[in-house]
Design a protein around this ligand. Structure first.
Ligand code: HAM
Length: 418
């Protein structure tokens, strides 16, 4: 028997109310902050993602779904949304618009990760990118959007972790200091960290191996080595978060898993859990547009994993609006009744009333059971008697009573019952 591919899930009808609830919150939050929707293709040139995330990141080394198309082009299913939005910004000359350009997306994302609760090979992200401004007020705005978004969903006990990892001016000196420190501990590092020390020293700080914790905890901190401009930027950001009344924890080990970040990095987590459950993250990426062939353009943004949000909505017993109930199920007995049922269903639907009609020749009992399972508010029963009289027997599935209603009065009767 076929199963959904490992790490992918079906979003079944009973799950859909959670998705509609989150989508509504996305539509509301992006509207009130003035972000416009962008949809980019599911796949892009492989090199777009390699150049963005960085060659020595997990995403590029281990997680991309890359394939050659029949024309011999190397393409990759989107492993994140940011590079695609930057590519679109450059391609469509958006630097000619008033800056910053504020965009958001909701998109499937593909990562060949080890599947487990909250970690999938296809997941969905809601992301926001503000491109074209280096003002720390923009960093504060994207954090504010993320924070208010989770709050608007009713999520409690979330925490915001914040760090600044400097810019291309001050980071090299910090990395040297970090490497010197780690070199002293090289013998005690895990195998991955030994490679990181060579290829991507910043990632040493977020190693999850128990043996590396103590070393990482005592490592030199990037915020102590920021240049004056980065330091002032970080101070301003913290001031703005204070004005916005958003509590944050400075986490010196927060570096994120993508190489394009400059200055601000942040993550939002459910308070009682570790990295696996991170609800969203982002930061500033002032060099990315230029790296991808555009003019030097500062930018900041974040993305939130929708499946993880829904897991937390369920964990916290947050109720979401249910899909509107089916208004009427039409049950019928006999050929003539079937003809009437087809006409009645068409007439009701023309008036916007939701209808499911029985098919086949099930017993009345089986038809009523079906109406019940579908959650129908009413069942309209048409038998021989009703056909003759031009009526239906309308059963109230919630209250249990029933009444005879003229077929021609059905639209009015059901519309007023909503
Ligand atoms: P990211 O931290 O890699 O950032 O992913 C964003 C969020 O997507 C995570 O915090 C998590 O909630 C969710 N997520 C990531 N991987 C998985 C997975 N395998 N299964 C389920 N959920 C997952 C980015 O992708 C950046 N592009 C964010 C950004 C936007 N930075 C600046 N602008």
């Amino acid at each position: 028997m076929y199963q959904a591919a490992r790490g992918t899930t079906d979003i079944l009808p009973e799950e859909q109310p959670y998705w509609r609830f989150v989508e509504k919150a996305i539509a509301d939050i992006t509207r009130i902050y003035g972000y416009k929707r962008i949809d980019t293709p599911i796949f892009e040139d492989t090199s777009l993602f390699q150049r963005s995330a960085g060659e020595f990141t997990d995403i590029v080394q281990k997680e991309m779904y890359t394939f050659d198309d029949r024309g011999g082009n190397s393409l990759t299913l989107k492993p994140e949304g940011t590079p695609a939005v930057c590519r679109a910004y450059i391609q469509h000359g958006m630097h000619n618009l008033p800056q910053p350009v504020k965009l958001y997306y909701v998109s499937p994302i593909f990562r060949y990760d080890r599947p487990q609760a909250g970690r999938y090979r296809q997941h969905y992200q809601f992301g926001c990118e503000a491109i074209g401004d280096d003002d720390p007020a923009i960093d504060a705005e994207v954090i504010d959007i993320a924070w208010r978004f989770y709050k608007s969903l009713g999520l409690a006990n979330i925490s915001l972790q914040l760090n600044s990892i400097g810019c291309k001016e001050c980071r090299p000196a910090y990395l040297n200091i970090l490497k010197k420190y780690y070199n002293k501990h090289a013998n005690n590092l895990c195998a991955d960290c030994k490679t990181r020390l060579e290829k991507n020293p910043l990632r040493l700080l977020d190693c999850k191996q128990a043996s590396c914790q103590n070393i990482a905890e005592k490592a030199p901190q990037s915020t102590d080595k920021l240049c004056p401009a980065c330091s002032a930027h970080f101070d301003q950001l913290q001031k703005y978060l204070g004005l916005l009344e958003i509590p944050f924890i400075i986490n010196h080990r927060l570096v994120r898993g993508l190489d394009y970040y400059t200055r601000t990095v942040f993550e939002i987590q459910p308070e009682d859990e570790g990295g696996q459950s991170t609800l969203g993250g982002g930061g500033r990426f002032d060099g990315l547009i230029e790296e991808l062939g555009g003019k030097p353009t500062p930018a900041a943004g974040f993305a939130a994993g929708i499946e993880r949000i829904i897991l937390n909505l369920k964990k916290q017993n947050i109720s979401v609006p249910m899909a509107p109930a089916l208004q009427v199920f039409i049950a019928c007995l006999g050929e003539k009744a079937r003809d009437e049922a087809i006409k009645l269903a068409a007439g009701l639907r023309k008036n916007g009333i939701s209808v499911v009609s029985a098919t086949g020749d099930k017993s009345l009992k089986a038809q009523l059971r079906q109406a019940n399972t579908l959650g129908a508010r009413y069942t309209a029963i048409i038998g021989e008697e009703e056909v003759k009289a031009g009526t239906v027997t309308l059963r109230d599935m919630a209250e249990g009573g029933q009444e005879s209603v003229d077929v021609k009065d059905m639209t009015g009767r059901l519309a007023s019952s909503q």
